[in-house]
Design a protein around this ligand. Structure first.
Ligand SMILES: C[S@@+](CC[C@H](N)C(=O)[O-])C[C@H]1O[C@@H](n2cnc3c(N)ncnc32)[C@H](O)[C@@H]1O
Length: 175
């Protein structure tokens, strides 16, 4: 039963995040994590560089047969900001723990995945908007797809999709 539940969460995560990769290719800087074998399946069109802060997970990645992936040990915060690169910031914590990261990559083409555990979507998006440089924000929820929101923060708009992955999660990308 628990296994089924976990499988459903993973599959929900993959299908939600996959929508944001559609139509994209080229260089990606990402966090492949422990399930890197499945995570790469959604990234077939990319030239991948993956950062990992956990030494045990990094060793597992490095010893794998994925020679085409550039596995790097360290904080993704040390990744260079470059034009034409897609930044897949898939964190398992709330936005309040990764302010510095979001700030660094705010002007890039990014997909931010964050946890909402113990926080509301509203407070997380308010904080996100602030990092993006706007004190005001507006959230519009789609009537036909209840987990899809459009966030307007200053001049910019973002697509926000919520899903459950054990904990409530949300993906944010520029529109
Ligand atoms: C949520 S998982 C990635 C999941 C993967 N993208 C997937 O689709 O299955 C995040 C991974 O990145 C690592 N990580 C978290 N914060 C990091 C950071 N600031 N820099 C580098 N790695 C980090 C974690 O140890 C974990 O292995």
């Amino acid at each position: 039963m628990q296994e089924n539940k976990t499988y459903n969460w993973i599959s929900k995560k993959r299908t939600t995040r996959k929508q944001f990769f559609s139509g994209k290719s080229g260089k990606i800087i990402t966090l492949l994590g422990n399930s890197f074998r499945t995570a790469v399946k959604t990234l077939k069109k990319f030239e991948i560089t993956s950062y990992e802060i956990n030494p045990i997970i990094y060793m597992r990645q490095k010893e794998s047969k994925f020679k085409r992936i550039n596995f790097k040990f360290g904080d993704i915060l040390s990744a260079p900001v470059e034009e034409g690169v897609f930044y897949d910031l898939d964190f398992c914590c709330t936005i309040f723990s990764v302010e510095e990261h979001v700030r660094k990559f705010k002007d890039t083409d990014f997909l931010l995945t964050i946890c909402l555990r113990g926080k509301t979507l509203e407070s997380s998006l308010a904080f996100f908007s602030k990092i993006m440089g706007s004190d005001t924000y507006k959230i519009r929820r789609y009537r036909t797809q209840r987990n899809l929101y459009i966030l307007s923060a200053g001049e910019k708009t973002y697509r926000v999709i919520t899903y459950r992955d054990g904990a409530p999660m949300c993906c944010i990308a520029k529109l």
